[in-house]
Design a protein around this ligand. Structure first.
Ligand SMILES: *[C@@H]1O[C@H](CO)[C@@H](O)[C@H](O)[C@H]1NC(C)=O
Length: 439
């Protein structure tokens, strides 16, 4: 009897061990090195995270608009100040860690060549060879373990849930073919992307370098990813399952930006949630174990108006674009997790009034949609704000979801927006830790 118990105990342990998701892919945006003040993340700050990460994705390289060669977007730091070499050298201290170089990632903004990513796909072999050889050299010369393609495809067009057009518009849309046709050549670009990835993979194969894909937020996988063919070419895929709405794309309405499931009712678009995206990849036959769920370590903030009213329940109407930029993030509407947490009630702000008063925090007992926090325009408050964000608890829920679906793991975007200084409650990297403990 005792023996039987022991056996079943061991069996349980084995099951638990195989169920554990193994990937925690950490994105590292090296431009965080050059931020001012508390947002400045140096190599020793980065290093604290590495015990938790299975992969570090180093961003970002871009492509040159004239000859399509890959190059660092921050050459001064990455190359001349040796940040590439310094980071890949950390593998000696953390031998489990794989470091990949990422291309694109929405950081390669080039007003003179806005279509260069599509041009490279459409281009002849000469253009592509320029890219492939140059990116291979970067990976090889600086000691990376592989390459991540965070390819900058055209985005879904945003759509309003509320508004006079509402359902009438929706039925109109069914009559006309166009769901705002973003890319009339999408089918061709999808085919070309597969061929391109194959070419890249061929160049990396001899050295055993890894190849991963990042599906950037609002890039429609149906349009651009031939999932069955890509399966044989890539080691894993990281889904950008956040920023489904942003103040820049959806200035007049605020909503959960990274829900796990579709919030019920209210005529939302059914594909703007993690569950839909994950299921889409699985239904296309992509192995769950190679799929990583993206979690953002920052919140999206909208500016509220008096018309919004006192109720913060999403979908929130009458917003006017991005809330003020964070002191550290320096990006309108984007607040790093420590910036969000500093606005929630704490000993420093609990008695402050008006525009400095703490935000009302609304957590999600259903664990399906995520948290939000807000301060409506009323009384002495003239600067209303509404923020959708993940905290350690909701990030940990996402890790549970990953386990329940037997996915490969979580991809955190990115380390520099997590609380790497431990300003919120003393723990450094609270989001990263919460995810790691749950996986
Ligand atoms: C791509 O967009 C179409 C049209 O809006 C939508 O029906 C489809 O679900 C989207 N695919 C994914 C994977 O989001």
């Amino acid at each position: 009897m005792k023996l039987l118990l022991l056996f079943s105990f061991i069996a349980c342990l084995l099951v638990a061990a195989t169920n554990a998701a193994s990937n925690l892919v950490c994105y590292y945006d090296s431009s965080s090195y050059t931020r001012e003040g508390l947002g400045k993340m140096l190599t020793p700050d980065l290093e604290i995270a590495l015990q938790f990460c299975s992969h570090l994705v180093y961003g970002y390289a871009g492509i040159r608009g004239d000859n399509y060669q890959a190059h660092s977007l921050n050459e001064n730091l990455d190359v001349y100040k040796h940040q590439y070499a310094e980071v890949t050298a950390l593998k000696r201290k953390y031998p489990h860690l794989k470091v990949l170089l990422s291309v694109g990632g929405d950081h390669d903004i080039d007003v003179d060549h806005p279509n260069k990513y599509i041009e490279l796909l459409e281009g002849d072999k000469v253009k592509q060879t320029g890219f492939v050889q140059s990116v291979y050299s970067l990976v090889k010369n600086y000691g990376f373990d592989g390459l991540d393609l965070a390819y900058q495809f055209p985005r879904n067009k945003p759509r309003k849930v509320h508004g006079e057009l509402g359902t009438a518009w929706k039925s109109l849309k069914k009559i006309f073919t166009g769901d705002f046709v973003v890319d009339p050549q999408a089918a061709l670009h999808k085919e070309q992307f597969t061929a391109f990835v194959r070419y890249v993979k061929d160049s990396l194969r001899a050295d055993g370098f890894l190849l991963s894909l990042t599906v950037l937020p609002n890039v429609n996988s149906t349009w651009y990813f031939d999932i069955p063919s890509l399966n044989g070419l890539v080691d894993f895929v990281n889904l950008g399952t956040f920023d489904f709405l942003t103040p820049a794309r959806n200035p007049e309405e605020a909503d959960f930006t990274a829900p796990l499931y579709e919030p019920e009712s209210q005529n939302r678009q059914p594909h703007l949630n993690a569950e839909f995206q994950v299921n889409y990849w699985l239904q296309q036959g992509f192995p769950a174990s190679k799929l990583n769920l993206g979690v953002a370590s920052y919140g999206n903030a909208w500016k509220l108006t008096a018309e919004t009213g006192p109720d913060g329940t999403p979908v929130v109407r009458h917003t006017v674009g991005a809330g003020p930029e964070g002191l550290q993030s320096q990006k309108p509407g984007l607040l790093s997790y420590p910036e969000v947490c500093s606005k929630l009630e704490n000993p420093q702000n609990q008695y402050l009034k008006g525009n400095d008063s703490p935000l009302r925090r609304v957590t999600d007992p259903t664990k399906r949609y995520g948290n939000y926090a807000y301060r409506p325009v009323e009384g002495a408050v003239t600067e209303g704000i509404w923020i959708s964000y993940d905290d350690p608890e909701s990030a940990s829920n996402k890790a549970s979801y990953v386990r329940s679906k037997n996915l490969g793991g979580v991809a955190l975007f990115d380390l520099s927006y997590d609380d790497f200084r431990g300003l919120c409650n003393g723990d450094k990297y609270p989001l990263l830790r919460a995810i790691k403990y749950r996986l």
